[in-house]
Write a protein that binds this ligand. Sequence first.
Ligand SMILES: *[C@@H]1O[C@H](CO)[C@@H](O)[C@H](O)[C@H]1NC(C)=O
Ligand SMILES: *[C@@H]1O[C@H](CO)[C@@H](O)[C@H](O)[C@H]1NC(C)=O
Ligand SMILES: *[C@@H]1O[C@H](CO)[C@@H](O)[C@H](O)[C@H]1NC(C)=O
Length: 137
Amino acid sequence: MFALLFATFGVILSAKYSNITNDQSALLALKSHIIHDPHNFLVTNWSTSASVCNWIGVTCGSKHQRVIALNLSPMDLTGTIPYQLGNLSFLGWLDIHDNNFHGSISIEFADLHRLKYFHLGNNNFNGEIPLWFGSFA
Ligand SMILES: *[C@@H]1O[C@H](CO)[C@@H](O)[C@H](O)[C@H]1NC(C)=O
Ligand SMILES: *[C@@H]1O[C@H](CO)[C@@H](O)[C@H](O)[C@H]1NC(C)=O
Ligand SMILES: *[C@@H]1O[C@H](CO)[C@@H](O)[C@H](O)[C@H]1NC(C)=O
């Protein structure tokens, strides 16, 4: 009960003190962890000269102008998922299936409290998907 209250409070605080700049840093961290982008989807498009809300695969909410959905499928991307993705505090939808992401899914994903849908299939993740992931399925 206290843990739940505390977690809820934490979400409110992190949402209050973060902004679209945090979302941009998180996505730039993801971009820097992509080692092969054969169709150049992200190379020029994910540029700081444009708002992240105009980046390919990124959807922002109309109310808060924060990243609510990420759809990078299928882009033939090779790379890993950095822990910073857990900073996308408004993310509700994550679809990265049909790529070549590998490595492990960091526990920092547990920070994505608003995540309601995710599709990670057809990648090369190793290890087990953490148990708490099942709570969304
Ligand atoms: C986001 O927050 C940081 C630190 O509080 C601030 O410096 C920056 O100007 C803010 N950016 C936007 C787009 O509001
Ligand atoms: C993510 O959030 C943590 C904790 O608030 C912060 O230290 C880190 O710099 C953030 N990372 C990015 C990429 O914004
Ligand atoms: C990035 O891609 C989006 C969606 O295809 C497009 O609307 C936008 O103009 C592109 N931005 C740049 C800088 O190429």
